[in-house]
Design a protein around this ligand. Structure first.
Ligand code: PMP
Ligand code: GLU
Length: 401
C-alpha cells in the first residue's frame, strides 16, 4: 500500500512550470561547465533602462522601504491610468488598478477572484503554461479550443461559441501570444466580442504583456469594445516592456468591484508588492517608450534571422510570428525517431530534452502550452547565440533516425 501524500491535493494536482523547469535544467548543465544556449525562458536579454535603475536607488535613499498600500502607490496607479489612456485609448480610474508582484500574480489573483469550483474557463491553445495550472488551483475546469499553425494559432468566433456552456465563466488569452507570437487584429477581436455580447456571464482575461512587441501595427486591446469592457480584466506588467523581469511588477485593470476583490485577496496573501520596484515602475512609465522601441527593433531583426534559419531545417514547419519574441514550430515529424543512444522521441518534451542534452540548447516542449506537436524557442538572445543555437538544433535534429 502506498503511503498517503502529506501534501495537499491542491498542490499534488499542480504541474511544475515547464518554462522554469527547462531553464533550471539548462542552468544545471551550464553549472557543470557545458556551454548551454538558453532559448527557454521568455525574458528580454536587455538590461533594465538606466533611468529606472536610478529611480530605484533614489527610492532607497528616500526610504521607500516600508509597506506600500496593498493595490500599489497612488502615483503608480495614476501613472498606469495615464498609460492606458495615452497608449491604449482606454478610460480607467486609479481605483480600478491593482498592482501586483508580476503579471503572474495579477493573473492568479484574477482567476481566484472569479472562479468557483467547477466553473469553466475557455482557453485557446497554445496558451501560456501557467494559465491552465492557475485554473486548476482555483478548482475551475479548463476548456480548450485547439488551434494549429495552419490558422496562425488563432480561433474563430464559431469555434468560441461552440465550447460555451452554462458553466462558462471566463475566457483567457494573450495577444500578442506567448507561446506563438500570434496577434489578433481589431477585426478579429470584434468577431469574438460579438459572441461575448450574447453571453453576459462570461468574463475575459486579456493578457497584454507583449503589447509593445508587435510587428504588424498598433496594439489592439479587447477592452476597447464598450459593450464588454466591464467584463474585461486587462493584465499587463513591466517585465517585457521595460526588461524588468526580476523586479516583479505587474497590474490589472478591471471594474471597481473586481479590483476591490483583488485588493482584498492580495491583502491576505502578499500585500503590496516591493516598494522599490513600484517607485522604479513610476519612472519607467513616466519616461515613455524610447527603450521599448529600441528593444523592438532588435527583436524584429532577430525574428528575421531565426525565421530564415528555422525554415532551412528539414522536418521543421514554422510560420512568421507577428509579435512577442517566440517561435512555435511544428516538430512532430521527429516523433517516433531514435536518438544516437537508441531512445525514441515520443513527444515534444522528449525532443526539448534531447535538444538540451545533445545540442546544448534549452527550449520548451509544446505539450506544456497545450499543443504537443510543437516546441517553443525564445529569440530574446543575442544574434550570435541565435545563429549558433539554430546551427546546433539543425545538427542535433539531423542525428535523429
Ligand atoms: N503573461 C504572459 C503571457 C507571460 O509570458 C508572462 C511571463 N513573463 C507573464 C504573464 C508573467 O509576467 P511577469 O509575472 O513577469 O510580469
Ligand atoms: N513568461 C516567461 C516565459 O514564458 C517567463 C517564465 C515564466 O514565468 O513562466 O518563459
Amino acid at each position: 500500500m502506498s503511503t498517503p501524500s502529506i501534501l495537499s491535493d491542491r498542490i499534488n494536482s499542480l504541474s511544475e512550470s515547464a518554462t522554469l523547469k527547462m531553464t533550471k535544467l539548462g542552468r544545471e548543465l551550464a553549472a557543470k561547465g557545458v556551454n548551454v544556449i538558453s532559448l527557454s525562458v521568455g525574458e528580454p536579454d536587455f538590461n533594465t533602462p538606466e533611468h529606472v535603475k536610478q529611480a530605484a536607488k533614489q527610492a532607497l535613499d528616500d526610504n521607500y522601504t516600508r509597506y506600500s498600500p496593498v493595490p500599489g502607490y497612488p502615483e503608480l496607479r495614476k501613472a498606469i491610468v495615464d498609460k492606458l489612456k495615452n497608449e491604449n485609448g482606454l478610460d480607467y480610474d486609479a481605483s480600478q488598478i491593482v498592482v501586483s508582484t508580476g503579471a503572474k500574480q495579477s493573473l492568479s489573483n484574477a482567476i481566484l477572484t472569479l472562479i468557483n469550483p467547477g466553473d469553466e474557463v475557455i482557453i485557446p491553445t497554445p496558451y501560456w503554461v501557467s494559465y491552465s495550472e492557475m485554473v486548476t488551483l482555483a478548482e475551475g475546469k479548463s476548456v480548450f479550443i485547439n488551434t494549429t499553425i495552419d490558422s496562425d494559432f488563432k480561433i474563430t468566433p464559431e469555434e468560441l461559441e461552440a465550447v460555451i456552456t452554462p458553466k462558462s465563466k471566463l475566457f483567457m488569452f494573450s495577444s500578442p501570444c506567448n507561446p506563438t507570437g500570434s496577434v489578433y487584429t481589431k477585426a478579429e477581436l470584434e468577431g469574438l466580442v460579438r459572441v461575448f455580447e450574447k453571453y453576459p456571464n462570461i468574463y475575459i482575461i486579456s493578457d497584454e504583456i507583449y503589447e509593445h512587441i508587435n510587428f504588424i501595427g498598433q496594439h489592439e486591446s479587447i477592452a476597447q469594445f464598450d459593450s464588454i469592457k466591464d467584463r474585461v480584466i486587462l493584465i499587463n506588467g513591466f517585465s517585457k516592456a521595460f526588461a524588468m523581469t526580476g523586479w516583479r511588477l505587474g497590474y490589472l485593470a478591471a471594474t471597481k468591484e473586481i479590483a476591490l476583490a483583488n485588493d482584498k485577496l492580495q491583502g491576505q496573501t502578499t500585500s503590496g508588492t516591493c516598494s522599490i520596484a513600484q517607485r522604479a515602475g513610476i519612472a519607467a512609465l513616466d519616461q515613455g517608450l524610447e527603450t521599448v522601441l529600441e528593444m523592438k527593433a532588435a527583436f524584429a531583426r532577430r525574428r528575421e534571422l531565426v525565421y530564415n534559419l528555422l525554415k532551412d531545417i528539414p522536418g521543421v514547419k514554422t510560420n512568421l510570428p507577428q509579435g512577442a519574441f517566440y517561435f512555435f514550430p511544428d516538430i512532430s515529424s521527429f516523433f517516433g525517431k531514435m536518438d544516437p543512444q537508441g531512445n525514441v522521441i515520443k513527444d515534444s518534451a522528449d525532443l526539448a530534452l534531447y535538444l538540451l542534452n545533445e545540442g546544448h540548447v534549452a527550449t520548451v516542449g509544446g505539450d506544456s502550452f497545450g499543443n504537443n506537436n510543437y516546441i517553443r524557442l525564445s529569440y530574446a538572445a543575442s544574434d550570435e547565440n541565435l545563429r549558433e543555437a539554430l546551427r546546433r538544433i539543425k545538427e542535433a535534429l539531423a542525428k535523429l533516425a
